[in-house]
Each structure stands twice: as C-alpha cells, then as structure tokens.
Design a protein around this ligand. Sequence first.
Ligand code: SF4
Length: 172
Amino acid sequence: MSFVANRENFADLPLFLELAEDLGVDSVAVTPKFLLFSREDLERFYVSARTIEAKLSSALKNKNYSFSIRTTGLEPYPENDCFAGAVNAAFISASGLVSPCCNLGHPVPRYNPRWQKPKYFFLTFGNVCQRPLDEIWNLPFYRDFRQKLSQGRVPLECRGCHLLPAKKGFLG
Ligand code: SF4
C-alpha cells in the first residue's frame, strides 16, 4: 500500500498504518506529494518531508508492524543528484522514449512560486524501439546532462524542480 502524504490526508497516516496491518500487507510506501501544478496546489497540499518524517516516526513509536516500510523523498536530499536518481537511472515511457525522469518524460508541469506559473519541460534522448538503451545512455548530450547533475549544476530543463538537492530546489 502506498501513502502519498499531503496536507489533506496527512493526519490519517497513523490510521493508514493500522489499516495496512489489519489487511496483512507486506509492504507500505510513504512519500510526499511531489507534483504541484499551481500556487493553489502548493497551499493546499504541500507538507515538508521533515514534517512527514516526524509524523511517521511518531506513528511507528511502540508499534511492531509486520510490514516493511519504504520511504521515498523523506530521506535527506542527495547532494549531487535528484530524488529521481537521474544520474544512475532513466525513465522509459510506454512508447519507448528515454528521459532522465518521469517529470521530463511526460511532461508534468512544475509549479515554482518564483515564476508564478507552471513550467513544462519535455526532454527525451531517444527511443528504445529504435536504438539500444546503452547507446542512448551514452549519447554525448545525455552524458552531459548527467554530468551536470552529478556536479551539482542544474540543467536548464531541471530548473525549479523540487526533486533537486534542497540548496538548488525551491522547497527544500
Ligand atoms: S532534477 Fe531534473 S532529472 Fe531530476 S527529477 Fe527534477 S527534472 Fe527530473
């Protein structure tokens, strides 16, 4: 079972864990709601990872749940990569398009308060139906993209993405 924590459901996290135990699930994932499409989204849904983590810790205190718990996005932000792990992983769409992450592969609008509007970036480096993945992975402009991220530089397409390291992202 997966819990996408946001301001509206946040208080129910302890109940969610109880429910998971009652249902006998093997594994529970807890993650913040990453995608924000507008200022209204930000105000309505945003809860910091630190707050979610504190809530999760308190909900687990003195409990002995039988399921495993996986968190994504509650850990400290990576120093020189993003939460999508784009330096070491790729997103491949149903039609075979290879992108650094699902944000850039769909594309999903990203809201950044500084811009006051969502940004849409779409970035793909090739299609695995036409070319082997390792060839696409090693294309110079894809290597350059990953090198920038791994050096803590922000590729143009990633600007404003809140999955960046906190010091470079906008929400932290
Ligand atoms: S930082 Fe770039 S590669 Fe990473 S999730 Fe954001 S848009 Fe994708």
